[in-house]
Design a protein around this ligand. Structure first.
Ligand code: GLC
Ligand code: CA
Length: 543
């Protein structure tokens, strides 16, 4: 008997930036009960799994990515009982939850780090990364942190320096230490036991550093780029990730056929990305493809090549495609030209969701939420619920649900303002309009879930005779074919699809198109509008 594919393959995972999704108690901060109250909306969109950004106790130097207690819920986000209720309600709807697991560092307020600082002899001292500075003063190396500034902070009591790939308030854990590995494995067990279907792993590239601590030959490189051979994607990573997979496997039963790791596996190349799955496929099942998510240009030839290369290299793995997240620009703003944004949003969504593999959707992407304009971001007030300005907040504005107060996000004052122009762009309006972007996403998700070729069909490379058009096919084991044609150009065109399996065509049925088109009579002359999308099922195959 062959077993069915695990649930996390060829699916859609929806990223909820919890602070901004739905406030339930009027404090202006999204929370777990708020998310629970929106599960029906997500189910109606077709979402089957949700990644929730960190909701653990945290001093919020980096909104929850500085964790001071891994096994509790921060009061602003709810309680452990709220988490349990969320799990129950999600499961009733057949939905799964992924917990954001910050592996690389804790908060400087975590008891482990306070103990480590208390004395160089403390047993927890070596849970973090300490070095002496050189005799003539200054930090042990000239490395920069990801957020700028030195990657070392001086600890006055001992006179030593601790290493932090990110903020000084985010000291790196020492993953060489068996105590760290055991403690973090227990954190994983805690959430798996409580119903997590797996984890989104934060910043996995940065777990280890070069043990020789060489100086950075070009610390002022422009633009700054955090991934360097001495501070990221070190060979020791693999051991940690294999251990974590083994912890997950202890729980592979019941509701979840397999628990999953979704990795923030930043890499420069596809070859490094392939390595993140593990040579035996026993590490991260879903490492995010940041090579794809880093090219913010309307560039059909680039994406044509990248998608074909990715699918070839990862033919026996599950590629993970996305553009937007809480650290990036929103794709609406990044790809939009100010005139055709809605059409372009449909195109980037189709390209991302219809590839073989798993796709991520960032909250609000499905209604075309854009970034907070620079001037509004600069004017956004600071206060207890927004202690520090962060340029990434541009992509973290409150979810726009309906025409009510603060777009239905909160009855209080949201921690971050909505864009002034949010106007009638909200879920309620788009649900009522069958031609809306929300319905487009819903149709794409349905095709990905239900269509025999677009669900798990193999990638079939195609070529279009127009350089503005990106084309690929999907083909199921029984030969059912789907064609995806994307016109990245602002001119309408007629395109000939080349490289089809022998005997395909000559006509095609339209599975989905933007804007709508009549069924093409010839696959060597498919009409596409500016930024148009056509998803076709060829007819009359000989196969
Ligand atoms: C990841 C998170 C980001 C955070 C950083 C440090 O990149 O996505 O939001 O600031 O890790 O934890
Ligand atoms: Ca709240």
């Amino acid at each position: 008997m062959t077993s069915a594919a695990p649930w996390w393959q060829d699916t859609v995972i929806y990223q909820v930036y919890l602070r901004s999704f739905q406030d339930s108690n009027g404090d202006g901060i999204g929370d777990l009960p708020g998310l629970a109250s929106r599960l029906d909306d997500l189910r109606d969109l077709g979402v089957q799994a949700i990644w929730i950004t960190p909701f653990f106790p945290s001093p919020n130097a980096d909104f929850g990515y500085d964790v001071s207690d891994y096994c509790d819920v921060a009061p602003e986000y709810g309680t452990l009982a709220d988490w349990d209720a969320l799990v129950r309600q999600a499961r009733q709807r057949g939905m799964r939850l992924l917990v954001d697991f910050v592996l690389n560092h804790t908060s400087d307020q975590h008891p482990w780090f306070r103990e480590a600082c208390s004395s160089p002899q403390h047993p927890r001292r070596d849970w973090y990364v300490w070095r002496d500075g050189p005799p003539d003063g200054g930090p042990p190396t000239n490395w920069r942190s990801v957020f700028g500034g030195p990657a070392w902070t001086h600890e006055p009591r001992s006179g030593q320096w601790y290493y932090h790939a990110f903020l000084p308030q985010q000291p790196d854990l020492n993953w060489h230490h068996p105590g760290v590995r055991a403690a973090m494995a227990d954190v994983a067990r805690f959430w798996l036991r409580r119903g997590a279907s797996g984890f989104r792993l934060d910043a996995t590239a940065f777990l280890f550093e070069d043990p020789d601590w060489p100086d950075d030959p070009d610390p002022d490189r422009q633009p700054p780029w955090p991934l360097q051979p001495f501070n990221s994607n070190r060979p020791e990573n693999h051991g940690v990730l294999r251990e974590l997979r083994a912890v997950l496997a202890e729980f592979d039963a019941g509701f979840d056929d397999e628990r999953v790791l979704l990795g923030e596996s930043t890499t420069d190349t596809l070859t490094e990305l392939r390595a993140a799955y593990g040579e035996q496929g026993d590490e991260i099942q879903l490492p995010m493809n940041f090579v794809y998510a880093r090219h913010w240009q309307r560039d059909a030839p680039f994406f044509q090549r990248l998608i074909d290369d990715t699918q070839a290299l990862l033919h026996d793995r599950t590629p993970v495609s996305f553009f937007s997240n809480h650290d990036h620009w929103r794709q609406w703003s990044a790809f939009g030209d100010g005139v055709h944004n809605d059409a372009i949003a449909r195109l980037t969504a189709a390209m991302t969701l219809l590839q073989r593999g798993t796709a991520l959707v960032y909250y609000g992407e499905e209604i075309g939420m854009g970034d907070l304009p620079d001037a509004e971001l600069a004017a956004a007030p600071l206060g207890p619920s927004r202690p520090r300005a962060d340029p990434r907040d541009r992509a973290r504005t409150p979810m726009q649900w309906d025409a009510g107060t603060h777009a239905g996000f909160s009855l209080g004052t949201p921690w971050l303002p909505l864009p002034r122009t949010w106007g009638d762009r909200h879920v309620a309006a788009q649900r009522a309009d069958p031609h809306s972007l929300w319905h487009w996403y819903r149709a794409l998700i349905a095709l990905k879930r239900d269509d025999p070729a677009l669900h798990a069909g193999a990638h079939w490379p195609l070529h279009a005779d127009q350089s503005s058009v990106l084309a690929f096919g999907r083909r199921s084991a029984d030969g059912t074919l789907a064609l995806v044609l994307l016109n990245w150009g602002e001119q309408a065109c007629e395109v000939a699809v080349q490289g089809l399996p022998a005997g395909t065509g000559p006509t095609a049925e339209v599975l989905l198109a933007s804007p709508p088109i009549a069924a093409p009579q010839r696959l060597d002359r498919v009409p596409l509008s500016p930024f148009g999308v056509a998803v076709l099922r060829p007819q009359g195959m000989n196969a």
